[in-house]
Write a protein that binds this ligand. Structure first.
Ligand SMILES: [Zn+2]
Length: 119
């Protein structure tokens, strides 16, 4: 495994930790399917000073669901990239099987396509 891949792996793992923290703010792991997250309503037992501290606290369930969905999508991309690293298929465009440009991976370490095949 090249140093570059290890570097991307580290970035992916760091982002994964952050994403899981953010997901825990708006949701929880689905008890029936531990690979899935589901949104939960904002906790009502936080006190007033805490509410003021969290000026950006997302309280509406619809907003929380949208955020949860987005975070979960990103987490799935990162997990897929980590699986690709483990399987030695990381950095290969899934469309044309060419190596993905270094700059593209720098910008998005979970990219699965080269610049020509960006979605
Ligand atoms: Zn391609």
């Amino acid at each position: 495994m090249t140093t570059h891949i290890l570097n991307f792996k580290k970035k992916l793992e760091e982002e994964k930790v952050i994403l899981i923290k953010q997901l825990q703010e708006v949701g929880r792991i689905n008890p029936d399917d531990t690979t899935d997250w589901e949104p939960v309503a904002a906790s009502l037992d936080i006190n007033q000073s805490e509410i003021e501290e969290r000026a950006t606290e997302i309280t509406s369930f619809e907003d929380r669901s949208a955020v949860e969905y987005e975070l979960e999508g990103r987490l799935n991309e990162i997990n897929a990239a980590l699986v690709a690293i483990a399987n030695n298929t990381y950095g290969i465009c899934k469309v044309c099987k060419s190596p993905i440009e270094e700059a593209r991976l720098e910008a998005n370490p979970s990219a699965m396509t080269c610049m020509a095949h960006m979605e």
